[in-house]
Design a protein around this ligand. Structure first.
Ligand code: DGY
Length: 320
């Protein structure tokens, strides 16, 4: 009997695929860095039984109408705003994502970005390379304290909780806002639930960990930045779409808020000519929240495990 065909939309290491080759025949876009062009994906996925895709692929209704053999779409990300999940459900296609395996790694990066932004680490590093270091002086590259400050976490999912645990270690005061209250988390981590507005008003660090949806799109708008303290630092490691980027640019330029650390953008990748790069009070990263080697391996393996489970008539491990 023919093995089911799984199409993988980016080149991934053979050692990750090998354990699954007894079950499937794999086809792959043989480029590690460039996303597969839409028309090639349409052509390649037409006969595929399963798809392992990345957040760079737009899996919309038109694609799903075309790729009619698919039984599963395994998305290598915890966020799945690139997939029309409703349309997939209507067609009986299972969609899976990669929660849990990336939680701690993404929380590490969130905190690293928060620290880098508050303490101006990137600027300080450039300072040496640009030969600007003269003498030690009292306020040279002085930034913002992190310890004992108030962090407001918007979106208290698994990553939010992991960020809260790190913040506790810095003796921060913790606020959160979420669709639903999480009383156990409140008790365990000593974090207080507040309204979105109160969080904006009271936080020294506003950290977005929100998934992108119709409800959250552009939630950080001009009004939101105006509600923040002028000393506030905004950190976004979730999705660029939750931010009105023009409003954020204006808020940073006009010092409505003090700084921002951004790992995600509306249209990725951003070029070096992007308006944000003209600002001195931002730290910009190329969407590397979950980018440790181990976590990326685990994310890919989880995708493959989900695919294996579905074809062996087991429940998928992490359906969305
Ligand atoms: C995700 O998982 O959604 C990240 O953005 C990529 O790790």
């Amino acid at each position: 009997m023919n093995k089911p065909t799984i199409y993988i939309t980016r080149k991934i290491p053979p050692y990750l695929i090998e354990p699954f080759s007894q079950y499937f025949q794999f086809q792959m876009w043989e480029d590690e860095h460039t996303p597969i062009p839409r028309e090639i994906l349409m052509r390649e996925a037409k006969e595929a039984d399963g798809l392992l895709c990345l957040l760079t692929e737009k899996i919309d209704r038109a694609f799903l109408d075309h790729a009619s053999h698919l039984k599963i779409i395994a998305n290598m990300a915890v966020g799945y705003d690139n997939i029309d999940v409703e349309a997939a459900k209507e067609k009986g296609i299972i969609v899976t994502n990669t929660p849990d395996v990336l939680t701690e790694t993404t929380a590490d990066l969130t905190f690293a970005l928060l620290m880098a932004t508050a303490r101006r680490l990137v600027e300080a590093n450039h300072f040496i390379y640009q030969d600007k270091w003269g003498e030690w002086s009292p306020f040279l590259l002085a930034g913002t304290d992190i310890h004992h400050k108030t962090i407001g976490i918007v979106g208290m999912g698994r990553i939010g909780e992991a960020v809260a645990r790190r913040a506790k270690g810095f003796q921060m005061n913790l606020l959160y806002h979420n669709r639903t209250r999480k009383k156990t988390v409140e008790q365990e981590l000593d974090v207080s639930y507040v309204s979105f507005e109160e969080l904006l008003e009271k936080s020294d660090f506003v950290v977005s960990l929100l998934p992108l949806s119709e409800q959250t799109e552009n939630i950080f708008d001009k009004r939101a930045f105006e509600q923040m303290k002028s000393s506030a630092i905004f950190i976004n490691v979730s999705r660029g779409g939750v931010v009105d980027e023009k409003a954020l640019y204006d808020a940073l330029k006009n010092k409505v808020i003090t700084a921002a650390g951004l790992d995600v953008f509306k249209d990725e990748p951003i070029p070096s000519s992007h308006p944000f790069t003209s600002l001195s009070n931002v730290v910009l990263l190329p969407h590397i929240g979950s980018a440790s080697i181990t976590t990326r391996e685990n994310m890919l393996t989880l995708c493959l495990e989900n695919i294996r489970a579905v074809f062996q008539h087991e429940a998928p491990i992490s359906p969305v």
